[in-house]
Design a binder for this molecule. Structure first.
Ligand code: ACO
Length: 327
């Protein structure tokens, strides 16, 4: 049985670091409010002229190096982003050109903060169906470009960044002891599309627009839906909650992360938390957290990992995988 295993992981954060105090210079807010409500201490913002594919490129290079692979070893590139360089072509094809990759195919996936989970599921499907043997999956965002700097309830929560994984086809036995992706669970419900959205678009306003959010409602949906789909994906994988070694949640807000873990009976020692250092980077947040955790030795070959995310749409999902070693 073919499994899609993680062969390499990388991330990139822009050089400019913005601490919470910076916002207090032009908004009625404070470091204390931002920390206590979200767990965020700082975020990175892209420099003028630095676009999403530039961030994606650095993360992709890191993941390829980690996998010991060159760009032309890849069959496909999937980029999850809601902040593409251009309306078209896909940021993935721009990344393909910047990597110097001359073969394969590349496209974008747009599922906002759930984008990486959707893209991972998509890449997994390419591999198990035999359409590709090696896929680069990137989450990359420049949310600073769609923030309303006068809205203290949203401007303080987001940051720019990128993370990437290389997936490779490996032989498995078809049991939960296999390395690679063991189960996927995806959902969306467009009835809730207006509680988290951007106020512009190509065919409506002709502008990029600004992010708007009904924070309390998003919070409520997030905890309930993430807990449910995490339980479901663990059952689909044929494992138990106790067997999970690490949770890599979407890094939106430490209170959502902690409440969801508590609902699932998962101790926080098992949960990877990096949101304090980069805020909510939407589709980039999970591969970014995976890369940070792998580099500090918190994700080890053989570890059973569950990753989950929710975002605009609403769109949400979860994946169970066994870490390493698609090398
Ligand atoms: N600084 C100071 N005060 C603020 C700020 C700020 N940055 N932002 C909002 N406030 C004020 C509000 O105006 C409100 O004031 P009022 O009572 O005078 O009207 C007060 O703080 C309380 O606002 P609430 O919305 O009740 O604050 P809450 O405790 O719910 O926290 C938050 C707000 C952090 C946005 C919370 O609702 C939340 O975490 N929601 C989930 C949002 C999220 O993480 N979204 C990310 C995108 S979706 C995803 O990735 C999962």
């Amino acid at each position: 049985m073919i499994r899609a295993a993680i062969a390499g992981v990388g991330h990139y954060l822009p050089e400019r670091v913005v601490e919470n105090d910076w916002f207090a210079s032009f908004l009625d807010t404070s470091d204390e409010w931002i920390r206590s409500r979200s767990g965020i201490e700082r975020r990175h913002f892209a420099a003028d002229g630095q676009v999403t594919s530039d961030l994606a490129l650095e993360a992709a290079r890191g993941a390829l190096t980690d996998a010991g692979m060159a760009p032309d070893d890849l069959d496909a590139v999937v980029v999850a982003t809601s902040t593409p360089d251009l309306t078209f072509p896909a940021t993935a094809t721009i990344l393909q050109q910047k990597l110097g990759m001359t073969r394969g195919f590349a496209y974008d996936v747009q599922a906002v903060c759930a984008g990486f989970v959707y893209a991972l599921s998509n890449a997994h499907a390419l591999i198990v169906s035999g359409q590709a043997s090696t896929v680069l999956v990137v989450g990359a965002e420049t949310f600073s470009r769609i923030l309303n700097w006068e809205d203290r309830a949203t401007a303080v929560l987001f940051g720019d960044g990128a993370g990437a994984v290389v997936l490779r086809a490996v032989e498995g036995q078809g049991t939960p002891a296999d390395v690679g992706i063991l189960a996927v669970d995806l959902h969306s419900d467009g009835r809730h599309r207006d509680i988290l959205q951007v106020s512009g678009g190509v065919s409506s306003t002709g502008t990029a627009g600004h992010l708007t959010m009904a924070g309390k409602e998003v919070f409520r949906h997030a905890v309930e839906k993430l807990a449910r789909c995490t339980e479901d994906v663990i059952a689909k994988a044929g494992v138990t909650m106790d067997a999970i070694d690490r949770v890599v949640p979407h890094q939106a807000n430490v209170r959502i992360i902690a409440k969801t873990a508590a609902k699932l009976g998962l101790p926080m020692e098992k949960v990877v938390v990096t949101v304090q250092d980069h805020g909510n980077t939407s589709a980039a947040s999970i591969p970014l957290a995976m890369s940070v955790a792998a580099k500090r030795g918190d994700l080890k070959p053989g570890d059973l990992i569950v990753t989950e995310a929710i975002g605009g749409g609403l769109a949400w999902g979860a994946v169970v995988l066994r870490w390493g070693h698609g090398r």
